[in-house]
Design a protein around this ligand. Structure first.
Ligand SMILES: NC(=O)c1ccc[n+]([C@@H]2O[C@H](COP(=O)([O-])OP(=O)(O)OC[C@H]3O[C@@H](n4cnc5c(N)ncnc54)[C@H](OP(=O)(O)O)[C@@H]3O)[C@@H](O)[C@H]2O)c1
Length: 367
């Protein structure tokens, strides 16, 4: 019976993963809400990692238009400043650049938007970002752990020697969340802060058990990439898609850990989301992307949706009333505004705690 129910759970997970992948072909799976429907956010302070591009940009734009004080935490100051200009002009970003929407008829409230330096692939930079933020603000209503890299070539490492995808998507965000946790937990009990982690349906590709810790640390004999050198897979390193999978499994684990530890006491709301298939710069490491942009741009809307639609789940989770938000804390949302089925091994609270504690141990080595 136990065996049969495990098989059934895995089949159910795979079916849900396909139908709620966010591919436009499943035309009936569409948002019932738009990021333009965001309620007034005046007085709210929001931090969006990777706010200069894709879903992060759309999220920052939405909160700015709703009157919030928005920080975009980015690694590239020039790109961030360009994004800020575009946000102030109401620009919607797309894979091929920015388009300016028609006037929103006085709907916009114009908040503020500021750049804060953050390179998630360097734990030192994460510390500096958190210190800088703590100097500037005495509250944080929503932290979007949105930035990410996908399917980057094997053999690339973070500054402290972790595989690029796990190091950026999980370790960097874990450190940032942890350093901002006292601030997040200091919100009034009636209005707990929210942490929204952008995960992916790709978490289904994680190895057995979710995260193989050995595979995400650079082995001393692995090559260090220098300019002009081709990356080469590290000794213990997983293939790039499996590595992406475990990084996104890790993001859900972080969201669940925060819920188990603080959410159940009502002190924090923590949610992981899959944004759907979205036309963003995330696909930059895929060899087909330049050809699609050049020769078949019509294909983009067939296989992906816009960043504004990709941001629906996270903006929605961050702005629904507290009572409803408490119900989705600890959950994994799929397209659109729906509690989805995370991979069954994410029900293992011990493993989830292990991931958090392992990240903690790594952070201590470099603090
Ligand atoms: N697009 C999809 O179909 C899809 C599907 C599932 C999940 N997701 C998830 O959605 C999230 C957002 O991705 P996106 O699709 O919007 O892609 P995107 O347009 O490439 O945006 C990713 C953002 O992350 C930033 N980033 C990357 N490495 C960083 C680092 N070391 N430090 C700080 N920021 C860094 C990028 O900065 P730069 O501009 O400087 O590179 C960019 O701002 C990711 O977590 C991704 O895994 C996307």
């Amino acid at each position: 019976m136990g065996f049969l129910s495990t098989i059934f759970t895995w089949i159910w997970f795979q079916l849900d993963l396909i139908v709620h992948s966010g591919f436009p072909v499943f035309f009936w799976v569409r948002p019932k809400w738009s990021i333009d429907d965001i309620p007034d956010q005046s007085g709210k302070v929001v931090l969006v990692t990777g706010g200069n591009s894709g879903t992060g940009y759309a999220t920052a734009l939405s909160f700015y238009n709703a009157g919030a004080k928005v920080y975009i935490a980015c690694r590239n100051e020039e790109l961030a400043k360009e994004a800020i200009e575009n946000i102030k002009n109401g620009g919607i970003n797309s894979l091929t650049g920015f388009t300016y929407p028609k006037d929103q008829g006085g709907k916009r409230k114009n908040g503020t938007v500021e750049f804060i330096k953050l390179d998630l692939s360097d734990l030192q930079s994460v510390e500096e970002c958190a210190q800088e933020f703590l100097k500037k603000e005495d509250k944080l209503d929503v932290l979007f752990a949105n930035a990410g890299v996908m399917a980057s070539p094997e053999g690339l490492y973070t500054k402290q020697g972790y595989t690029l995808q796990f190091g950026t998507n999980v370790l960097g965000h874990h450190r940032l969340i942890n350093l901002l946790l006292p601030l997040l937990l200091s919100s009034p009990p009636a209005y707990p802060s929210r942490v929204i982690l952008t995960s992916s349906a790709g978490h289904g590709g994680a190895p057995k058990g979710g995260v193989d810790f050995k595979s995400v640390i650079r082995d001393a004999s692995d090559p260090i990439i220098k300019d002009g050198q081709q990356p080469r897979q590290g000794k213990n390193e997983k293939m790039r898609w499996v590595e992406y999978g475990q990084s996104k499994w890790g993001d859900i684990a972080l969201a669940k850990y925060l819920h188990n530890t603080y959410g159940r006491q009502g002190r924090l709301i923590s949610v992981a989301v899959h944004p759907g298939m979205v036309a963003t710069n995330l696909a930059r490491h895929l060899s087909l992307t330049p050809y699609i942009i050049k020769y078949a741009p019509w294909l983009a809307p067939v296989i992906t949706r816009t960043p504004a639609i990709g941001a629906v789940n996270q903006v929605w989770a961050a702005t629904i009333p507290e009572y409803d938000a408490r119900w989705i804390s600890g959950e994994y949302l799929v397209p659109y505004q729906k509690v989805g089925i995370a991979r069954p091994d994410l029900q293992d609270d011990k493993k989830i705690e292990e991931v958090w504690n392992w990240c903690d141990e790594q952070a201590k080595k470099w603090a």
